[in-house]
Ligand binder design. Structure first.
Ligand SMILES: CC(C)(COP(=O)(O)OP(=O)(O)OC[C@H]1O[C@@H](n2cnc3c(N)ncnc32)[C@H](O)[C@@H]1OP(=O)(O)O)[C@@H](O)C(=O)NCCC(=O)NCCS
Length: 163
């Protein structure tokens, strides 16, 4: 897919959109379990409405990328930590839509939201071996930090405000 082939809209979700968020998140956890700390087993089940709504309430920024009326990606941004930093989490793009800038649009939307909210930085954890994700974050301006990370992962940070 070429970068100009599809118009992508980024839509912000609230708790009432939990079924849409769930559907995309379950696709992500099935397709790319290596990329996430969370598991499909934890989120699978028919009686989890409260859990999904809680997730969308606990984390203030939840975005889906929409192309041709289909959700093709998602990402979240947490509230500021004690150092004023937003954590970027739950990043995923459908394989059929990769390499077209959808991921970059989602990361940029989190960065814009964090900057508008006065954050000092956006931070994230990524598996060292996840080259597409590391490449995307580096392209947007994230740099590897010395902050301790879980086994096989590294921490990356983009300082704000952007000048
Ligand atoms: C990481 C991910 C979100 C990137 O999404 P994307 O929409 O492809 O992002 P972009 O189009 O902006 O480009 C990402 C990189 O993938 C590369 N890429 C190009 N075509 C690709 C394809 N068909 N499939 C996979 N990667 C491709 C691009 O070269 C680009 O690298 P670059 O920085 O060297 O140009 C996506 O690959 C994904 O969802 N992976 C599985 C989940 C995951 O790893 N999440 C991140 C957790 S930290």
């Amino acid at each position: 897919m070429h970068r100009d082939d599809q118009a992508v809209a980024v839509r912000r979700l609230g708790a009432d959109d939990w079924q849409l968020w769930r559907d995309v998140r379950l696709r992500a956890l099935s397709e790319a379990p290596y990329a996430f700390g969370s598991t499909l087993a934890y989120w699978q089940g028919s009686d989890l409405e409260e859990r999904w709504r809680g997730r969308l309430t606990d984390v203030p920024l939840n975005l889906v990328a929409v192309a041709s009326d289909s959700a093709v990606g998602q990402v979240s941004g947490t509230s500021l930590d004690a150092d004023g930093r937003v954590e970027l989490i739950s990043m995923w793009v459908d394989p059929a839509s990769r390499g077209a800038g959808v991921g970059e649009a989602l990361v940029q939307a989190v960065v814009d939201w964090a900057e508008a909210g006065g954050a000092t930085a956006v931070v994230l954890s990524v598996k060292e071996a996840n080259a597409p994700a590391v490449g995307l974050y580096a392209r947007v301006g994230f740099r590897v930090t010395v902050e301790p990370a879980d086994e096989g992962e590294m921490r990356m940070q983009l300082e704000l405000p952007l000048s």
